[in-house]
Write a protein that binds this ligand. Structure first.
Ligand SMILES: [Zn+2]
Length: 259
């Protein structure tokens, strides 16, 4: 079997009912199920984030069509709707938790688009159940602040406290960070490394290849409006644009020599 040269990482947020039509960061459970089934039928297989890290370091190989599944924020819909689907498939996944808001609500500031309503976040019991199923519990910071706006001492404390709180859930210290709002700079990346994170995840699209920037791992945004066909295009091309037009452009550019 061919081995993976590049690995895409899918990024989901909430699973449930969207607040309004432009709430594209929420996916309905039936569409999530259809997307996972389409991936499985197209021979894609989810691998754990830990295996992804070992592959990145050249310590292990993974089969072609491996991908990583991530959920940001820790909404209850991951436990209620996504986990049963993934259990059936036997697929691992990662949740990036806002450690200071466990069992609370997503009441942080959303700066773009229509305001989103606060939604419930998973509690410790739900997270332990996910952990027992094979989910990896990782950090999305302490309070979902834009980390680039924090003073160095506050930034370091935020990252340290987030690690300690998540360690308290299942005794395993998180080693991966997803930047809130995808916002990072050199100060934030260095602080993440000092705090003990070995990888950090951005919202920049594209594939990941071994040895590339450990603190700017790329992820593909999956929208609630993506049909299974659109998702398959995204994961094949490593882009956030699942439209047919984009697919045509991609293949045209590959067929025609660029001048
Ligand atoms: Zn977030």
């Amino acid at each position: 079997m061919a081995t993976a040269q590049r690995i895409p990482i899918l990024m989901y947020h909430r699973v449930g009912e969207p607040d309004h039509p432009s709430d594209i960061y929420c996916i309905r459970p039936q569409n999530f199920t259809a997307q996972m089934q389409a991936l499985a039928q197209a021979n894609w297989r989810a691998v754990s984030i830990e295996d992804f890290e070992a592959w990145r370091r050249g310590e292990r190989s993974l089969p072609e069509n491996s991908f990583v599944l991530t959920f940001d924020d820790g909404f209850t819909g991951v436990h209620d709707f996504a986990a049963p689907v993934l259990k059936t498939l036997g697929w691992p996944a990662t949740v990036f938790l806002v450690a200071g808001k466990l069992a609370g609500h997503s009441d942080w500031k959303i700066t773009t688009g229509e305001p989103m309503l606060p939604h419930p976040l998973m509690d410790t019991a739900q997270l332990r159940a996910l952990s027992a199923q094979g989910f990896s519990l990782q950090s999305h910071s302490l309070l979902h602040h834009d980390l680039t706006t924090l003073e160095t001492s506050a930034l370091e404390q935020d990252l340290r406290d987030s690690r300690a709180l998540i360690t308290g859930i299942n005794g395993q210290a998180p080693t991966y960070l997803a930047y809130p709002y995808g916002r990072h700079n050199e100060t934030v990346r260095n602080a993440a490394q000092r705090a003990g994170f070995t990888l950090a995840f951005s919202v920049e699209s594209g594939f990941n290849r071994p040895g590339e920037r450990a603190y700017q791992i790329r992820r593909l945004d999956v929208f609630g409006t993506d049909t299974p066909t659109m998702l398959l295009r995204k994961i094949r091309l490593g882009t956030n644009d699942g439209s047919l037009k984009h697919l045509m452009c991609y293949y045209l550019h590959r067929m025609l020599p660029l001048k």
